[in-house]
Design a protein around this ligand. Structure first.
Ligand code: HEM
Length: 417
């Protein structure tokens, strides 16, 4: 990538600021970048360079900027060799224009706050079962919340919500995890995992189509989201194609799985290291919804992993960004910007307003935002009701991190109750 500032001088890129193992917060370098270099060229772990955007208002604007597009996973970073990869179906993030609008019009209503209300009792039942199992399996009143709770719950919730078979998880999860760890992978490995997920999703849709056929002319099919979207794809003049429904399944597996697991583990770590606030939440559970928003802001889940590509040349804070350049709005930094949040490094579970950017902004705003909120709020209620004296059983600074994907989270959360 060739890039110059307005004077024409080139500058060597810094490296993307890395997490500090001793600190659950965002890399501290962002405080200086926000103040002095709000747009700066940086070297990413995959060897590419991109422009880091660190201020809250710029991050929001970048997510919604029509001059910036999401690159195709199967074609970015661009390869030297001329062979174009065989086409993969785009995930929602990769869709553009009318296609994206049409697909979102069909899918978004299924993920509205009201539509998801049916999941609240089901999430509660799943969370209660997981906690009961952990408690029953413990001889000494201690356990690991990651293995027993934060790891299994989000996948079950996703499967139950959208109608994805949980029993197939060994078929699809390895490919999801391969794709999410993409930094060290060759393009061939990325493509292999993408095709494998696409094949799984297509086979699942075949099975659902068979159920439709067997349902006769009225073809009721199921009432899970995959079946509802498939019904829409079969409707004369419907908004979706069969390929869009395959993309829906692949997108859910890419966007809706590890994000939620890692966020939940980080959120619980934040609460367990602020025991006074945790107790207040236990005594005043009506504050849980505001706490969920604050945890979304406070947890620095996404550190320069959202990659956009410039479609045209433009200048931002004096830096000349060229068509084809990568631009990385850093959510982990935006959510700690003092211009947007008073005392940004303070966890304040009553913070209001709280215009965090955890779910992005604009046309690609996270489809799963309400599901994530609902799941965390129910999970917190259940935890605090069942284990009111919950506390960390080991010092927080001795806990190992799971860094198998760029979404860092505690690998274990040893607790006693
Ligand atoms: C803590 C959990 C989560 C976080 C922090 C998160 C964050 C994000 C962000 C930042 C984006 C926007 C990316 C961009 O504009 O380039 C996004 C998009 C998306 N997320 Fe989430 N997400 C989470 C959970 C989920 C869940 C549980 C689902 C599914 C049920 C989901 C489905 C999606 C989809 C489909 C998109 C793409 C929307 C589009 O392109 O139109 N996410 N997410």
């Amino acid at each position: 990538m060739t890039s110059t500032d307005e004077t024409g001088a080139t500058d060597a890129p810094m490296t993307v600021p890395a997490f500090d193992p001793a600190d659950p917060g965002p890399p501290c370098a962002y405080a200086r970048l926000r103040a002095e270099q709000p747009v700066v060229k940086a070297l990413m772990p995959n060897g590419e360079t991109g422009w880091l955007i660190s201020r809250h208002e710029d991050v929001r604007a970048a997510f919604a900027d029509p001059r910036l597009t999401r690159p195709l996973l199967s074609a970015w970073p661009p390869r030297e060799d001329a062979d174009a990869p065989p086409p993969c179906l785009p995930t929602f993030l990769e869709m553009t224009g009318e296609h994206h609008t049409r697909v979102r019009r069909a899918v978004s209503p299924l993920f509205s706050r009201r539509r998801l209300e049916f999941m609240a009792p089901r999430i509660r039942a799943m969370a209660e079962e997981l906690i009961d199992t952990m408690v029953r399996g413990s001889a000494d009143g201690t356990g690991d919340l990651v293995a027993s709770f934060t790891e299994p719950l989000p996948l079950r919730v996703l499967c139950e919500t959208v109608g994805l078979p949980h029993e197939d998880r060994d078929l699809y999860l390895p490919h999801t995890l391969t794709l999410l760890s993409a930094a060290g992978l060759s393009m061939d490995e990325i493509l292999e995992a993408l095709y494998a997920l696409q094949d799984y999703a297509s086979g699942l849709i075949d099975r659902r189509e068979k159920e439709f056929e067997e349902g006769g002319a009225g073809g009721a099919g199921g009432d899970d989201y995959i079946s509802l979207l498939l019904a829409e794809s079969r409707r004369e003049g419907g908004d979706l194609t069969r390929d869009d429904v395959v993309s829906f399944v692949v997108t859910m597996l890419m966007a809706g799985y590890k994000t939620n697991i890692q966020h939940t583990a980080n959120a619980l770590l934040a609460l367990l290291t602020h025991p006074g606030q945790l107790r207040r939440l236990r005594d005043e559970p009506e504050g849980i919804d505001a706490a969920v928003e604050e945890l979304l802001r406070y947890v620095p889940l996404m550190n320069a992993i959202n990659v956009l590509v410039a479609l045209e040349d433009f200048t931002l804070h004096g830096q000349r960004i060229r068509a084809g350049d990568a631009v990385l709005p850093v959510i982990a930094s935006a959510n700690r910007d003092p211009e947007a949040f008073p005392e940004p490094d303070l966890l304040d579970l009553t913070r209001s307003p709280n215009a965090h950017t955890a779910f992005g902004y604009g046309p690609h705003y996270c489809t799963g935002a309400h599901l994530t909120r609902l799941q965390l709020s129910v999970a917190l209620r259940v935890l605090l009701e069942k284990l009111p004296d919950l506390e960390l059983a080991e010092p927080a600074d001795s806990l190992p991190w799971d860094e198998t994907t760029p979404l860092r989270a505690p690998a274990r959360l040893p607790v006693r109750w």
